[in-house]
Design a binder for this molecule. Sequence first.
Ligand SMILES: Cc1ncc(COP(=O)(O)O)c(C=O)c1O
Length: 411
Amino acid sequence: MLPLLKTRVPGSRSRAQARQLRRHECQNTTFVSANWPIFWERARDCNIWDADGNRYLDLTAAFGVASVGHNNPHVTAAARRQLGRLAHAMGDVHPNELKVRLAGELSALTFERWSRSIGTHDSGKTLFANSGSEAVEAALKTAMLATGKPGVIAFTGAYHGLTYGALDATAWSFFRAPFHPQLPGFTVHVAPTESAVRAAFDQNERGIGAVIVEPILGRGGVVVPPPDFLPMLRRVCDECGALLIADEIFTGFCRTGRWFAVEHWGVVPDLICVGKSMSNGFPIAACVGRNDVMDAWPESAGEALHTCTHLGNPLGCAMALAAIGEMKRQKLDERVRQLQDRLPGRGLGFMKGVELPDAAACQRVVQRLLRRGILALGGGERGNVLTLTPPLTIREKELDFAAREIAQLTK
Ligand SMILES: Cc1ncc(COP(=O)(O)O)c(C=O)c1O
């Protein structure tokens, strides 16, 4: 369904809720102005309804989460069923069967699938997490255990999350600067070139155990690397005895037209981090690694070295299994490949960025789109990239409508 606005945007209810929020939420969290934000009340597929009854077309999938459509009936039914049975178990002590199934599914979708294509018989093991940042930290800890080397290489422009370990890997000075004195400092940030990566390996005295990379920069402004970049990283990691960590928290699960973005370059990482759209709306994420890499973790003797209260939450696992089922049933990887050119901008699949002159120009477009009933976000380290990541189920007429509106506002 196309947008239907009943009031000026944001309407009076959204504005009243924003004023309330300012009183009780940390003032750094939600940006509030006369024109921002709208308060979401309900959603279905690519449509969002706000507190004032306005209907919007969502080109964000809410940070890339709602890949199989908001309130997807299969995912919602699975959540309802599970909520009626068991909302929480004892993650690493007395777990629930759905954790077994989801870990098996993640192995099948990653290392088992990938190894079949290169004629080996690998499989994967999972460490569950509640957020993408935690999945990244699980991967960094795994690399430390597996290689004994504490150093990590990450790339300028990359975003890996904001908890301290993940923030150490995130290069953006905006997020790092206020906390710099508290950051652990195990990461070397380099430009995405072979000479910079090799120099970082050569110059790091304590040893580099991992290279972490977003196959396509997401929050960094939807930047697709040159064709030889990821294969080069694979080669250099192998030569230098380091693990390659693919941060597919944004790009994973069909977003770019492949199940995982590394598949565009035929590269198999040692560890992959996933989150966001895995459950289509429950805070659950995972670090999946090749068996032999993950077996660097000692077998539990009763106390896990890395766990958390909600680890492998049954509701999250039920939603993830249903969401993955929907991606398969609707063949969303193929659909996204077929329709990707209908969404404007650079990028792959339904992950596109339209570069604008500066952040102010991008914000103007985002605001004007909102007032026309289209939700989009700015991205890029300079804030100048209109970022488009709609649900992968978006209809063709919705895509064409969005493309027309964006063309008008950005010409
Ligand atoms: C590539 C990537 N890695 C990690 C994260 C952090 O995930 P979370 O916000 O769930 O902690 C994000 C979030 O946008 C991301 O895009």
